[in-house]
Design a protein around this ligand. Structure first.
Ligand code: KIV
Ligand code: ZN
Length: 512
């Protein structure tokens, strides 16, 4: 029997999180994140919105087939067609869930849906009944619940529970609520709805006023038992409640909240890094729990305090969330054994050919860079493990640029066994290289965002470039890694082009 204090963590990184402007993940990337979420131990993974696109459908289906442990949910509007499609996508899951939603606020009913309250109620009940024919676990979300008329909302909740909803979610869709009010709202719902004990009440808070986590926790204090959240707090507009903040608030302030969750705390940091790298959404340095500065102490007084006793300025240990205390350094004399051990320490278990390939890459890097840190290793391995088949690979890039000359690039790309060369001018050196690439690939990308990070410190640091590129109306996030920043930048653009090509081939069902 599960205790009434048990709080369920519902992760929506792959659905609401992927709705972040500029973010677009392919099927492989979504599966990779879903596996990591399972390792972290979230209770439910919302894998996507299957009717939204063939790619979304494919990702939810694949995750349902291969990820074991958490419940796998698919989102759908409250219509038969959407529900049917969602069931097709989640039915292979070990424990599937259909999550259907319909707005209940007068603002949405009048302006968006042009429906009366009665019509909304009828449609919600029919949707739950239809979903229930397929799946025992059905969640209903009353979109914009926090701005809905409370008496009407209570009626909706009661009726959808009677129709078979096992979870009822009451989102603060526009991030308008404040903690005391939202907590009171949940409390009122709990007391107003007769059959409330037959379902779990869930919350889903957006961060428009920066209160998503506080609102979710206030709801938990008043009877909510499921929290919907996303890694690094990503999601529509200002994002969703941040998963890592919710977890660590419940853990660190257990004496206050007195709630139970069941996660592997040591996987928190790795999950955050994975999502950040794959989405291209960089985590702000001062972000709670997973920001680069979250456990650093700058002032002399603080450093002195921490050296005397960590509890003076530290309320949680970085090791608990998986931030490694050592950044052990390998060099060109390090052997296979040390390399393999260090990878295992970082959570990568490579074997055979994969390990050999990674070792060669490490040796190549160690030749260019005196010290190879954990951060370098992690970036190197991710680059290998996440690689998609490359239609176009970079053989050579030469840039001529300066303050008074027109930037010009010459690029050589290999396509299968053939090498193609092209040259172009541009607004800057990277623009010139991208234009030269476009001429060879005949795929034209538009750069929306571009970031360049040093993976570790030092002049010889490995550079990681992340580019958000629009191709044929769709966004792709490309990643490039090199000790040469021009090469890393060009590779990030090419990676996005390759992702687009790969997706086109998959859609056409061709061998890639
Ligand atoms: O913000 C929201 O209301 C949602 C629902 C679809 C759950 O994302
Ligand atoms: Zn949302």
């Amino acid at each position: 029997m599960t205790s009434k204090n048990r709080i369920y963590l519902f992760d929506t990184t792959l659905r609401d999180g992927e709705q972040s402007p500029g973010v677009s993940l392919n099927v492989e990337e979504k599966v990779e994140i879903a596996h990591q979420l399972a390792r972290l131990g979230v209770d439910i993974i919302e894998a996507g919105f299957p009717i939204a696109s063939p790619g979304d459908f494919a990702a939810v289906k694949k995750i349902s087939e291969v990820v074991r442990g958490p419940v796998i949910a698919g989102l759908c509007r409250a219509t038969r067609n959407d529900i049917d499609r969602t069931w097709e996508a989640v039915k292979a899951a070990e424990t599937p869930r259909i999550h259907t939603f319909l707005a209940s606020s007068d603002i949405h009913l009048k302006h968006k849906l042009q429906k009366t309250r009665e019509e909304m109620l009828e449609q919600a009940v029919n949707a739950v009944k239809h979903a229930k024919k397929y799946c025992s676990d059905v969640e209903f979300s009353a979109e914009d619940a926090s701005r809905s008329d409370l008496d009407f909302l209570a009626q909706v909740i009661e009726k959808v529970i009677a129709a078979g909803a096992t979870v009822v979610n009451l989102p603060d869709t526009v991030g308008y609520a404040v903690p005391e009010e939202y907590g009171q709202f949940i409390k009122t719902v709990m007391s107003k709805v007769n059959n409330i004990d037959q379902a779990i009440i869930s919350v889903h808070c957006h961060n428009d006023l920066g209160m998503a986590v506080a609102n979710s926790l206030a709801a938990v204090c008043n009877g909510a038992r499921q929290i919907e959240c996303a890694v690094n707090g990503i999601g529509e507009r200002a994002g969703n409640a941040s998963l890592e903040e919710i977890i660590m608030a419940l853990y660190t302030r257990k004496a206050f909240y007195d709630k139970e969750i069941n996660v592997n705390y040591g996987e928190i940091y790795r999950t955050s890094r994975l999502v950040s790298s794959l989405t291209g959404m960089i985590v702000q340095p001062n972000k709670a729990i997973v920001g680069k500065n979250a456990f650093l102490h700058e002032s002399g007084i603080h450093q002195d305090g921490v050296l005397k006793d960590r509890s003076t300025y530290e309320i949680m240990s970085p090791q608990l969330v998986g931030v490694s205390s050592s950044n052990l350094v390998l060099g060109k004399h390090s052997g296979r054994h040390a390399f393999k051990e260090q990878l295992e320490e970082l959570g990568f278990t490579l074997q055979g050919e994969e390990l050999e390939k990674a070792f060669l890459k490490f040796k190549e890097l160690a030749d260019k860079k005196k010290e190879v840190t954990n951060d370098d290793l992690e970036a190197l391995i991710k680059d290998q493990v996440w690689s998609i088949p490359e239609r176009f690979s970079l053989k050579y890039v030469h840039i001529s640029s300066g303050t008074t000359i027109l930037p010009t690039a010459t690029v050589k790309l290999a396509i299968e066994q053939m090498v193609f060369e092209s040259a172009a001018t541009g607004d800057g050196p990277l623009d010139a290289a991208c234009r030269a690439i476009d001429k060879i690939t005949d795929i034209y990308g538009k750069m929306h965002e571009f970031k360049l990070n040093a993976v570790s410190g030092g002049k010889d640091a490995l550079g990681e470039a992340i580019a958000n590129i629009e191709i044929c109306g769709k966004m792709y996030s490309g990643r490039g890694l090199s000790t040469d920043i021009i090469e890393a930048s060009v590779k990030s653009y090419l990676n996005a082009i390759n992702k687009h090509y790969y997706e086109q081939q998959l859609a056409a069902n061709k061998e890639v």
